[in-house]
Design a protein around this ligand. Sequence first.
Ligand code: SF4
Length: 807
Amino acid sequence: MKVETSRRRFLQGSVALCVAGGTSAGISSLLTNSKNSPPDETKEIATLCEMCVNKCAAIAKVEGGIVTKLDPNPLFPKSKNMLCARGDAGIHALYDPDRLKYPMIRIGKKGEGKFKRVSWDEAYDAILNGTEHFKGLLQIVDEEKNNRSTIAYCAGEGMGEHTFKRFMSDKFGSTNFVNHSSICLQTTISGYALTIGGYGKADLENANYVIMAGANRAEAILTPDTMDMFKRTRGRGLKLIVVDPRYTNTAQHADKWLGIKVGTDLAFVLALTYVVITEVLYNKEFVRKNVSGFKEYKKHIISNNYTPQWAQKITGISAHDIYKIARDFMAHAPRAIYYQGRRTAWSRQDFQLRRAQAIFTALGGGIDVKGGIVFGKRLSLGTHHVDLPYYSNVKPRIDKHEAAFVGPNGTWIGMRNMIIEGRSPYPVRGMFIYKQNPMLCVPNVKKTKQLLEQMELVVTIDTMPSDTVMMSDVVLPECSYLEREDPVKSFAGVQPAIVLRNRVIKPLYNSKALIDILRDLSARVSKPLFEITKKYDKDLQEELKDREESEVYEEDGYDFTQAFDMTQEEINRQRVVDEYGEEAYNILKQRGVFYPNMEKYFKKISENEYEYYPEDKKFYTTPGGEKIESQDTCIDIKAMAALKKNIGTQSGKVECRLKSLQDKGVDPMPTWRDELYKKTPKGKFTFITGRHALFTQNSTQNNILLLDLMRENHLWINSVDAQKKGIKLGDIVEVESSVGKVKIKAYPTAKIIPNVVFFVHGFGASSSGLTFGYRNGVSDNMIIEDTIESVFGSAAMHETIVDVRRV
Ligand code: SF4
């Protein structure tokens, strides 16, 4: 990355550049330069980790203004007293020398990485008015006659997503939003929500039998409940069956591993269901009271002959094992769970797979009970009201017909492909990106590059110079999670709690918190954009005939600044005090965690064991009269309510058959479709991807503390397959699909089934701004084809066929 800067600014920046070493040497040198607090002062501040989605509670040790250590905060029931390796390495996210330090605007060709350092005002001005290199917001919105949806926007998972949407959706008015859902967990969230009323949470602490298929908790979500689960496997109370084409670290802790063929899980679940139904092993009372359409489902399963023998041919799992698992599962029910899964963007049959899993768990009665899938309780928080403007020229999202049901989080691949293939009903000309790296996280990198090249304005807010930053026109540096207070969050569950990410130190360099960026940007763009609305919006023109312009601007929501008139700290305070009073807020602020009676309930049991709620106060079953709440934003609650009338109510039934799906051309009951199963051709391989415990998607690719533990990714290939091809450990192999090819070191192993290859996601950055991440390992999305499933438009990432050859 090349950044032009004046001599004066270079000198200003040089202190920051030389002190931010990221290693202990770098940290100690910061001690002498810090302006945050006196050099001898030591503080401990409660905060929350942001190194992955789990949001574990942490305590940051600050010495002389420098964060020197991150420790777990035992008060939070969700994270107990644990930070994982990534949590510990969060300190590098703060002191990474490659961090974005000041606003920048592009001065070279897009993607070339040539930027100019500018002030915040200059950056906001460039967004509004453009430069000789790119167009500005005003010109684009004017030319599109105030159709605000001409500017698409995307965000990665995190506590700032809602704040970003406040600006882009609530105030600016664009409808074209995408986030991680359609490349992550959309199908499982929707499948469970439509079938049992919500995604819920697997009560792994109390379950006695768990089938974990394709979910690699030991590496992908290594949280305290995962660790607690492993304490009880292998003859210690919990029987864990892992079904996966790879013998993962999770499988190593399991009682049994079944190496299933890729894309055949639905056949496996349908066969389990066949056994349970034909042998009448299900919980008859639970089914009678709570399951709708069971008779039809029973007929469907039997008439389609979904026998274990049928499934054996498809899945590669023996009929004997299928019979045994079905019987064992029901013998342990209702404390038996077919685990929901997290990143479920696997195949085109994925939505039906999740429905089949949910119904299977329900047949044992493991819904809303201890040891099953639980919904718990959510502690309410006060609301922060914002007035919304109405723009009559704004058009609906472009991708709504790319799948049967496209929710408010859209379909990433669907939206991108519509734009680059010229299928959008109106021009989408710009993009705002927050905390997401689509260049590396969306299948088929070439197409994402084409999208960003095509955009006339790309504004990216991030902490690191990612591959996406390199494709941007304006780059706004957000401060890291340890330098800002984020929106207060309430975590639902068996032991609900409210948590707060406190600011630990002031933002380094010239970075800012998202809310502060959006407040300042609002002040710059709000009035000029209102002028455009006045020009094209007939409803507004009518309104202005009877009322003062200033009154309409302020009272009807056109004033963007109204959404950001309070600081994050003020908003958090108000939301907590409104519900629980001043004292509760003070506890939350100081200790990072609050729940009613915390002072009374919280007890240390032994050295690293705590009690949060007494057993009789836990919410294993949703409190009477309260709605089972969907705990994720991947689904549109209103749309879902229309699909399933009793959704979210305790009296709502498990839906075996959904007419609303049929009305949209989707199978109303889980059905195996041969035509949607992509077999591996002879001599080729199916490529699969996944996570590693040390890395979180692409956000840790420059973290040297983690890279020191595992430097790069390798291609897992079955030992026998490798031998046939003359491939040995460490050989460079080329992996080629229909959309791209990569070169990577080989890891022949018996821990993967034949005809399947795998490497870990999160490597292969091509941004020269990343000292350690640059060209380190390879990116899976270089070779993953952009296939989507037809129900929710989610990616089908495990359907790519590749050739593998030694080079
Ligand atoms: S699981 Fe690890 S990375 Fe994720 S929030 Fe917890 S400590 Fe941080």
